[in-house]
Ligand binder design. Structure first.
Ligand code: ATP
Ligand code: MG
Length: 332
């Protein structure tokens, strides 16, 4: 089986975009690939964070993976910082990554705009660490949302450069994207992508009253000002979200009634919130059970790190040899 890697940052609770754009695909691909899924805590250091909260967030996110259907018996679930080879490989790869390419990355530009007083080098370096995450396992497939496609293109560029310089070492990793709107779920602002760091997200574990409050505040078609104004479902993010939580027959009726003005945005959002609450209920329930059993969760992560480390160590030993970093390892 080909190997597959994907990661998620323990910045905030996983949200609808993370699930529809990434985790749902992870779950579906578990039987077809040898999968590694990582809580990428080293990536999360690039944004302001509370060190006391980090270990809690790591367990929260690992529990969310399992609650969504990632099966630790099939897939390797681990924390990035438990495998130091990621950081080492990132350095080695950085010497084969153009500075200009890093500066052109959309995520770097977005995030430096989000916290202009904390434009750290880690933010710029992020795609190199991501390439290392994937290449440490010589993974061929990477299920991600559309926002990560550019980083994967860069990872492939790094691979080509590396293989040319040192001989065929890594395969070129390919993204696996979900179909349709799930590639890029918009936030409740209906404008930017749903993001943990933007505060425009519905978390998978938000309680029902919070889901109602958040969806109630979601932006709809800006031209539909009054209840009976005709709306345009094709520009409305609430309508797009119905696509994931509402029966197809009911979606057609919503579309028709929105266009005619028979359905107002308030009612439309109420219905979406209830559908979302129902759709997320199984995840929320499993999450509560998985998260409550910290001992088992830690055991999963521990075993996962051992397995991951075994593979990454092998890759790094090959990479060091190819790059001529052998002297320190020679016997006297
Ligand atoms: P942050 O704002 O801290 O970067 P995030 O919400 O972007 O957080 P990440 O941990 O960076 O989440 O991304 C994890 C995975 O979720 C990636 O594969 C990414 O492509 C996917 N993803 C994130 N947001 C969305 C979205 N809005 N739609 C589809 N996929 C998404
Ligand atoms: Mg992100």
């Amino acid at each position: 089986m080909d190997r597959l890697f994907s990661g998620m940052q323990p910045t905030q609770d996983a949200h609808l975009g993370n699930w529809l754009g990434a985790i749902r695909n992870w779950v579906a691909l578990q039987d077809r690939y040898e999968c590694l899924f990582s809580v990428v805590d080293l990536h999360a250091l690039t944004a302001p964070y509370d060190p006391a909260q980090m270990p809690v967030r790591v367990l929260d996110l690992a529990a969310a993976f399992v609650a969504c259907g990632v099966d630790p018996a099939k897939s390797t679930v681990f924390v990035q910082s438990a495998v130091p080879e990621h950081a080492e490989l990132a350095w080695l790869l950085s010497c084969h990554t153009g500075l200009g390419a890093l500066e052109r990355m959309t995520q770097f530009k977005d995030k430096s705009g989000q916290h202009p007083d904390n434009v750290n080098a880690g933010l710029l370096f992020y795609p190199v660490l991501m390439a290392a995450d994937i290449l440490a396992y010589r993974a061929k497939a990477v299920p991600v949302g559309e926002d990560q496609v550019q980083h994967l293109e860069l990872a492939r560029e790094i691979v080509r450069k590396f293989n040319r310089a040192f001989g065929e070492t890594f395969p070129e990793p390919q993204p696996i994207l979900p179909k349709g709107a799930a590639r890029r779920i918009l936030g409740l602002d209906g404008n930017a992508k749903m993001s943990k760091s933007r505060g425009n997200a519905v978390a998978l574990v938000d309680p029902p009253e919070e889901v109602r409050r958040l969806v109630g505040g979601a932006f709809t078609d800006p031209q539909k000002l009054r209840r009976n104004d005709p709306g345009r479902p094709e520009v409305c993010n609430v309508f797009t979200l119905h696509g994931f939580f509402t029966e197809p027959a009911r979606i057609s009726a919503i579309e028709k009634d929105c266009r005619s003005g028979a359905l107002g945005c308030v009612d439309c959002k109420r219905e979406l919130a209830e559908g979302m609450i129902r759709g997320l209920a199984p995840i929320r329930e499993r999450y509560a059970a998985v998260r409550a059993d910290e001992k088992s969760l830690r055991a999963v992560l521990h075993a996962g790190a051992e397995r991951a480390r075994g593979i990454a160590r092998e890759t790094l030993s090959l990479v060091r040899e190819r790059m001529g970093l052998v002297e320190g390892g020679r016997k006297a």
